[in-house]
Design a protein around this ligand. Structure first.
Ligand code: ADP
Ligand code: MG
Length: 503
């Protein structure tokens, strides 16, 4: 049905029901935003009441209410005008019942897809959230003490987590801009009602854009509200390793049990499940078990579920059940804000001039912005000079004098073919002997690190290989870079040469 038709059929002058009016309003609202925004903020909302003066829209928690009031007031007013042909006021209120309905619905969908389950498995999702513990400040205190306290790990994250929470990775320390506002809001929303609002919460975006930071902020926020929450935070790699070990040791039951006792499971970089069929199978069961008991699942990935190579379709569809959100590269203003914030945190805030000088030159990744802050401050500290544009040019020479733009694919191929003594045509051939495959993988890794080519484009340079092959190569070489000093020296040498100032 077109909006126009919906509009007239729902008009009160035609005496239609509240449901029909809500449907038309939703349609009008939906036409004014991206689908994922609608999914997040309006799919679970409801029309509470309508009278001659006011339209009341109910949402499931105060966080959503405030968000709608701040960012969607105009959209709501316009939608009401479009549908009702007058300018009634729009009010947003909280109806906690909605939360319950949302989880009931999710469980019902789950049950339809899964076949019959026992009541006992459904029950936990329907129970109200546990009351916040007596002292929400406990978690904050723990954070203030820093991360070097093993006891805190057991109070906050479960000890079997593979990392501790970084005290700096909080919502407070996260600079919000247009690129990440939505991801930030969604993470906040998930933390407000774990297991209920958005389950799973799936965050995707390129490397260095703040996924891990947001995931950890979410954990801190959950712990702030409930210091007894049992959170298991794992890198995907650790999940895979645990699983493989438990298969080898024959204690798969123990492995499975571990996951039944958590309130929140966070798996960072879930795209690394690619090509790991057995582990995907196991993760599927882990997912189901947790989901059915109303436990929160939080995942991050470098791409949206459907683009993770060789991810089983049933996992793709489950990952999309909750909320899928992208975090985008920061725009200029956000880069400025991050540079100023990070330099302030380190005790010497950059002036606007210095911040904009750097923000113009570093435009991809927040980790690089941090690196530049560290380098420039270090340089200023050692030299005792004030932070000026000249000093920045000196300290960050490679940013200023490097050839404009990124090193090209040709540069990478030249370095790799020369070093390994292989021919370009070999790299592009179907040959898979180690002598050819290894340099090819190294070249793919370098291309991923320092060019902006997509995975598909990189695959294209090497005889039309597909993007899963590129991901595999990049992961493998990345692993060697981390584990093997000789490989690291070699790769860093390549990277240095490719990024060095020229001419
Ligand atoms: P990812 O997991 O996406 O690769 P990280 O979360 O590790 O990225 O972020 C890289 C670095 O950049 C971290 O030190 C993080 O604190 C910082 N960072 C990322 N986004 C922001 C932001 N919006 N505000 C402040 N710091 C950020
Ligand atoms: Mg990360």
């Amino acid at each position: 049905m077109k909006p126009q038709e919906a509009l007239s059929s729902a008009s009160p002058t035609h005496g239609s029901s509240k449901e029909a009016l809500w449907e038309s309003l939703q349609r009008a609202i939906r036409s004014r935003m991206k689908p994922e925004q609608f999914e997040t903020w309006f799919r679970r909302a409801a029309l509470a009441s309508v009278d001659g003066e006011t339209v009341r829209i109910a949402v499931q928690n105060s966080f959503s209410r405030d968000w709608l009031r701040t960012y969607y007031g105009e959209v709501l007013a316009e939608s009401v005008r479009e549908v009702l042909h007058d300018s009634r006021r729009v009010e947003v209120t909280v109806d906690p019942e909605l939360l319950l309905q949302a989880s009931t619905l999710a469980v019902q969908i789950q049950l339809q897809n899964q076949g019959p389950q026992s009541q006992s498995q459904i029950a936990p999702a329907l129970q109200p959230a546990p009351p916040a513990a007596a002292s929400p400040s406990l978690a904050r205190e723990a954070r203030a003490l820093g991360s070097s306290r093993p006891a805190e790990t057991s109070r906050g994250l479960l000890a079997t987590s593979d990392v501790g929470l970084n005290p700096k990775y909080t919502f407070d320390n996260f600079v919000v801009g247009p690129c990440n506002r939505f991801a930030h809001a969604a993470a906040l929303g998930s933390a407000e009602a774990p297991g209920q609002a958005y389950n799973p919460f799936f965050l995707h975006g390129s490397v260095g854009l703040g996924k891990t930071h947001l995931l950890q902020s979410l954990c801190w926020a959950i712990l702030d509200r409930n210091p007894r929450a049992r959170i298991l935070f794992l890198s995907c790699e650790t999940f895979v390793n645990h699983f493989i070990n438990s298969l080898e040791n024959g204690d798969i039951a123990k492995f499975r049990n571990k996951y039944r006792n958590v309130d929140v499971l966070v798996v960072d970089d879930i795209h690394l499940l690619t090509n790991k069929d057995r582990t995907q199978e196991e993760f599927f069961h882990t997912f189901n078990t947790l989901y059915q008991s109303g436990k929160q699942i939080v995942l991050s990935s470098d791409s949206p579920p459907k683009d993770i190579p060789s991810l089983q379709e049933r996992l793709v569809s489950r990952f999309k059940w909750g909320l899928v959100t992208e975090i985008e590269p920061p725009c200029f203003e956000t880069r400025m804000a991050i540079l100023k914030r990070k330099s302030r945190e380190r005790g010497r805030e950059f002036s606007d001039d210095i911040a904009s000088l750097l923000a113009e030159r570093i435009d991809s990744n927040i980790r690089e912005l941090e690196g530049a802050v560290t380098k420039l401050l270090g340089f200023a500290g050692v030299s005792g000079l004030p932070i000026s544009a000249d000093l920045a040019r000196e300290a960050l020479r490679e940013l200023f004098h490097a050839r404009r733009g990124q090193p090209s694919m040709e540069d990478i191929l030249t370095i790799v073919t020369e070093h390994f003594g292989v021919k370009l045509s070999d790299l592009q051939s179907k040959k898979r002997t180690h002598a050819i495959a290894y340099p090819r993988q190294v070249a793919m890794f370098l291309a991923r690190q320092i060019t902006r080519h997509s995975l598909e484009e990189i695959g294209g340079f090497f005889g039309g290989r597909d993007h899963s092959t590129v991901i595999y190569a990049v992961d493998k070489i990345q692993g060697l870079h981390e584990q093997d000093a000789t490989t690291r020296a070699l790769l860093d040498g390549f990277l240095g040469r490719l990024q060095a100032p020229r001419g």
